[in-house]
Design a protein around this ligand. Structure first.
Ligand SMILES: *Cc1c(COP(=O)(O)O)cnc(C)c1O
Length: 357
C-alpha cells in the first residue's frame, strides 16, 4: 500500500497533520464553536426561495465579483463601508489563505500569539510562509507593550491578532490593535470570528479609515449559525481587495453560496437573536464550573477554556461516551467547551459535576 512517505511531497508538508477536530455524530456537539441553535423556520423558507431562484441560473458562471453579497456585507458591518472594501470566500479560512498567497509565501513570515487558532500554522505551511509563534503572557491577554516588542523583534510580513482569541476566549483590546499597527510595516489581520459575542468591544472595522495595512476578517460560521454554507469575509482597503483578486480562483463563490448568504444577511436580526442567550449560558457555565473548583478563563466568545482537569483526556473520553463532544487541544489541564443551548449547557454542567463525584 502506498503511504504519504512514498510520495514526493513538498518539504514543508512532511510530518504535518491535517486539521482534524473529531466529527462524531453525538447528541451534544460542543467541540467546534458552532451556534447550536437552529435557524428559525421563516428564515429557512426565504433562504430556500433564494436558492431556488439561483438554481435557475446555474447553467451560467456566477457573478465573479459577487457584488450583491459584498453590498449586503458592507451594509451589515456598517461604519460607512462600501462593497469595494468587502471581500468574501468559502469560509474565513479561505480568505486567510488568499491573504497569505498574496502577502506571504517563500521567504516571508506570519506571526501570531499562541495558544491561538490551530489553522494559522497550517495555512502558513500550505503557502510556504514561515511561521513565527510567540507564546502569550500568563493569563493569555496581550498588552500593547508585549505585542509591540514581539513585532519589533521579529518584523513579520503578516501578523494575526485573534480577538476574541480561539481557544482561550481572551478579548482583544483596541489599544493592542492600534499599537500593533504602528509597530511594524506588514499586513495586520484582526480575526474577528467571534466578534458578535463580545458585547463590550467595538469591531476593529472602526479603525480601518487611514490604515491600509489593516485587514478585519469575519465569518458567518459562528454567531450567524451558518457554518455549513462556508462564508467568510473581510473588510479592508480597496487596494487589499485588488491584491486578493490576483490569487483567488475565478468564480470561487458559487451562485448557491452567494444566494444563501445574501438571503441570510437580509435576516441578520433573526439570525443573531440567539447571541444574547448564548452569552447568558456562557456566564451560567462559567459560574457553575468556578463553583466546582475549575479555573475558567475570561471569554468574549461562545466558548470557555477551562483549567483544573486532573486528566483532560480521561474527562474528554468520559463525556464523549455520554454523547457530549468537547475539545481537547493538548493544553495542560485544560479543555475547551463550546456554549450551546440551555439544555445542552445543563447536560454539560451535570456531566462535569459527575466527573468529580
Ligand atoms: C472558527 C474560526 C474561524 C472560521 O473559519 P471559517 O472558515 O469561516 O468557518 C476563523 N477564525 C477563527 C479563530 C475561528 O475560530
Amino acid at each position: 500500500m502506498t503511504s504519504l512517505s512514498d510520495l514526493p511531497l513538498r518539504d514543508n508538508l512532511v510530518g504535518q497533520e491535517p486539521y482534524g477536530a473529531p466529527q462524531d455524530a453525538v447528541p451534544i456537539s460542543l467541540n467546534v464553536n458552532e451556534n447550536t441553535h437552529p435557524i428559525p423556520d421563516p428564515v429557512i423558507e426565504d433562504i430556500v426561495a433564494s436558492l431556488a431562484e439561483a438554481v435557475r441560473g446555474v447553467n451560467r458562471y456566477p457573478d465573479r465579483e459577487f457584488v450583491e453579497l459584498r453590498t449586503a456585507l458592507a451594509g451589515y458591518l456598517g461604519h460607512g463601508l462600501t462593497a469595494e472594501q468587502l471581500w468574501a470566500a468559502n469560509g474565513s479560512n479561505e480568505v486567510l489563505q488568499q491573504i497569505l498567497q498574496a502577502f506571504g509565501g517563500p521567504g516571508r513570515t506570519l506571526l501570531s500569539f499562541s495558544p491561538t487558532y490551530s489553522m494559522y500554522p497550517l495555512l502558513a505551511s500550505g503557502t510556504d510562509t514561515g511561521w513565527i509563534d510567540v507564546p502569550r503572557p500568563e493569563g493569555y491577554a496581550l498588552t500593547p507593550e508585549f505585542t509591540v516588542a514581539a513585532l519589533r523583534e521579529h518584523r513579520p510580513d503578516i501578523a494575526i491578532l485573534c480577538g476574541p482569541n480561539n481557544p482561550t476566549g481572551t478579548p482583544l483590546d483596541r489599544d493592542v490593535v492600534l499599537a500593533a499597527y504602528d509597530a511594524f510595516d506588514g499586513i495586520l489581520i484582526v480575526d474577528e470570528a467571534y466578534q458578535e459575542f463580545d458585547a463590550e468591544r467595538e469591531s476593529s472595522v472602526a479603525l480601518l479609515p487611514g490604515r491600509h495595512r489593516l485587514l478585519v476578517s469575519r465569518t458567518m460560521s459562528k454567531a450567524f449559525a451558518f457554518a455549513g454554507v462556508r462564508l467568510g469575509y473581510l473588510a479592508a482597503d480597496p487596494a487589499v481587495i485588488d491584491a486578493l483578486r490576483l490569487v483567488r480562483l475565478p468564480y470561487h463563490l458559487s451562485a448557491l453560496t452567494q444566494a444563501a448568504a445574501t438571503a441570510a444577511i437580509r435576516h441578520s436580526g433573526e439570525m443573531l437573536a440567539t447571541v444574547a442567550d448564548i452569552r447568558e449560558q456562557r456566564d451560567r457555565l462559567a459560574t457553575a464550573l468556578t463553583e466546582l473548583g475549575y479555573e475558567v478563563h475570561p471569554s468574549g466568545a461562545n466558548f470557555l477554556l477551562v483549567g483544573g482537569f486532573a486528566d483532560p483526556t480521561g474527562a474528554f473520553e468520559t463525556l464523549r461516551a455520554q454523547g457530549i463532544l468537547i475539545r481537547n487541544l493538548g493544553i495542560e489541564g485544560h479543555l475547551r467547551l463550546t456554549v450551546g443551548t440551555e439544555p445542552e449547557t445543563t447536560a454539560l454542567i451535570d456531566a462535569i459535576a459527575a466527573l468529580g463525584a
